[in-house]
Design a protein around this ligand. Structure first.
Ligand code: ATP
Ligand code: MG
Length: 576
């Protein structure tokens, strides 16, 4: 492929609206072009990277016996109502009306349609295990599309769906997909982390995310040698046991105009970590563990910790995320405004939960449930009843993981997500099969997403420098950038023919910069576009029977003749 054959315009300046390096570089190198909010066009070079990545994905999935299909993008309201997601899919459904008034949407994910598909023929245990995937353009009407292909409205995703007769075989399918994902990201040659994750809108009980590590990644991950999780759900181990202090007598003291934990810490010349924070929540839906009559409940934690509503939901067995109580409710329950509330002498009897980090602690300083006053020496179980202790706060760097090692913080970009769905969807859509004895059961499912276009940008976010992109060999549009310094010279064209033969023999693809531009301009563009190896052909060097190579990732340069290049190419390539 030659530059003159494709439409490729590079930009010198940072494009407006792009803030992270990978988005800026994709636009500057002309790989993508923005057509409307969150919607992009991919140029000929970028399409090659997409196709190379898709090839790796297909090879690794097929190796695990997943088989490719292609489902429609346009789906009906009727179908989406079967799972109750027509109104629930986080507002991301792009809805439209057809000619006859039928309500339709663009597929943001394909559980509904694939279940309907297999339902038409899947009768018996003999049809499973089954794992079907597709690579397709998805549309999600993201509220705040941003960072280019990272959070786009239209993007390419690989999605796979597995069907099994038992939990055991469903988890075997899950494991195979996990292995496929590991192989894919290893083949890409990027640094990645697998993190335990929340199941989100997809539902299900078990889920893991693959993240490409990058400083500007949207997700925070907490990682130790043998455990890693998204901070959204990361559990933390209780601190080592200490004996509780001897409870002292309660004292009330004035704290005029103190509203926040920081203000209280300053007022007491102490630090927030020595104080105790209380938050009031309203549970939506019933709780298995909490008394369902008690809609309002309180959670106490260390003053410098942050309460995580998702963990409250998980650890109290709530159906929905609890909501923070409004000031009016807080006043009704406690008798005071936020800032002066505490667990002792509440006006109403509500369940009080304590974060594990408060275990074996006492003599708390807490609000007195009277505006402008606090108590000293409030003690759990002496002064108020503890409904339960639990893991209710965000884990932080340095906290212990469930495997007792200190967690370290990283930032990542979620590129893949695996879910074990159990029978959640098959129940909703009545997907059943008959076992060997002719007995009916719900099918066990898994679903597995991977952002194709997001992954490509995430790779760039991890692999670039001031000058441009540094593609790994696995998904570079071309391995070699041939720079014709004197594109009209017969000597150069003759050398080009020989070089092409050599590269063809070594199965290396190449992109030829045949523009009539100054060498400086071409070198800058070559760095920006970021192919791993550049080979320059110029009259001056060719007179000395030499060509120059430049390795993008470390700027290593060498002049050598064609024979020497032939010998050295394999070692250059293996180090790219
Ligand atoms: P996120 O948490 O980033 O919103 P998600 O959990 O909603 O993503 P999934 O439903 O798990 O996403 O989709 C599978 C994969 O599709 C994700 O891991 C991600 O790589 C990709 N993806 C999801 N939303 C987008 C988007 N708006 N733009 C680009 N890729 C996306
Ligand atoms: Mg996800």
């Amino acid at each position: 492929m030659k530059w003159s054959e494709i439409y490729l315009k590079t930009l010198k300046e940072k494009p407006a609206g792009a803030s992270i390096p990978s988005h800026i570089l994709l636009l500057r190198a002309g790989y993508i072009s923005n057509t409307s909010q969150g919607i992009y066009l991919y140029n000929s070079l970028f399409l090659r990277s997409i196709q190379k990545f898709e090839k790796i994905v297909r090879e690794e999935l097929e190796r695990q016996s997943a088989r490719e299909i292609l489902m429609p993008m346009v789906q009906t309201k009727k179908l989406w109502q079967k799972t109750g997601r027509w109104n629930k899919f986080e507002g991301l459904l792009l809805k439209m009306k057809g000619r006859t008034g039928a309500e339709l949407c663009l597929g943001p994910t394909h559980e509904e349609i694939i279940i309907e598909f297999v339902q038409s023929g899947l009768n018996s245990w003999k049809d499973m295990p089954l794992n079907l995937y597709q690579i397709q353009t998805k549309y999600r009407d993201e509220i705040r599309p941003r960072f280019g292909l990272m959070r786009a409205r239209e993007f390419i995703m690989k999605d796979a769906y597995s069907f099994d007769t038992s939990k055991q075989t469903a988890l075997e399918n899950y494991k195979k997909m996990f292995q496929a994902y590991q192989n894919i990201f290893n083949r890409l040659g990027v640094q990645f982390v697998v993190a335990k994750a929340d199941s989100g809108a997809i539902g299900g009980s078990h889920s893991e995310e693959f993240h490409i590590l990058a400083k500007k990644g949207e997700d925070e991950l907490l990682v130790c040698d043998n455990f890693s999780a998204n901070v959204e759900i990361c559990p933390r181990q209780e601190p080592s046991k200490s004996s509780a202090p001897t409870p002292k007598a309660i004292e009330e003291f004035a704290t005029p105009n103190i509203k926040t934990i920081q203000e209280l810490a300053q007022f007491l010349n102490g630090s927030a970590k020595d104080l105790v924070k209380i938050l009031f929540f309203i549970s939506q839906g019933d709780s298995q563990k909490a008394n369902s009559k008690d809609k309002v409940f309180a959670v106490l934690c260390m003053g410098d910790d942050e309460i995580n509503p998702l963990k409250i939901k998980q650890n109290l067995g709530l159906k929905e995320l609890p909501l923070l109580a409004k000031d009016k409710t807080i006043k009704e329950v406690s008798g005071a405004n936020p800032g002066s509330c505490g667990p002792y002498k509440l006006k109403q009897n509500i369940p009080i939960y304590l974060d594990n980090y408060l275990k074996n602690k006492g003599n708390f300083i807490t609000g007195a449930n009277k505006d402008g006053f606090h108590f000293k020496n409030v003690n759990p179980n002496r002064d108020f009843k503890v409904s339960a202790y639990g893991d209710f706060c965000f884990a932080r760097e340095g906290d212990l993981s469930p495997t007792s090692l200190a967690l370290k913080k990283y930032r990542g970009i979620e590129v893949g997500h695996l879910f074990y769905l159990s029978d959640e969807y098959s129940k909703k859509m009545n997907l059943t099969y008959l076992d060997k004895q002719g007995k009916k059961h719900f099918v066990e499912m898994g679903c597995y997403g991977m952002g194709i276009t997001r992954t490509l940008q995430a790779v760039i976010e991890q692999s670039h420098d001031d000058k441009g992109i540094i593609w790994p060999l696995s998904i570079t549009p071309f391995a070699v950038y041939i720079c014709l310094i004197d594109p009209d010279s017969p000597e150069v064209l003759k050398a080009l023919d020989k070089l092409k033969t050599l590269l063809d023999q070594q199965h290396l693809d190449y992109f030829i910069d045949d523009r009539k531009e100054r060498p400086g301009v071409k070198f800058k563009d070559a760095d920006l576009i970021g192919l791993p190896l550049r080979i320059d052909l110029g009259v001056r060097d060719l007179k000395n029977n030499q060509i120059e190579i430049c390795i993008r990732k470390n700027s290593f340069k060498e002049k050598l003749n064609l024979k020497e290049l032939e010998n050295k190419l394999p070692s250059y390539i293996s180090n790219l």
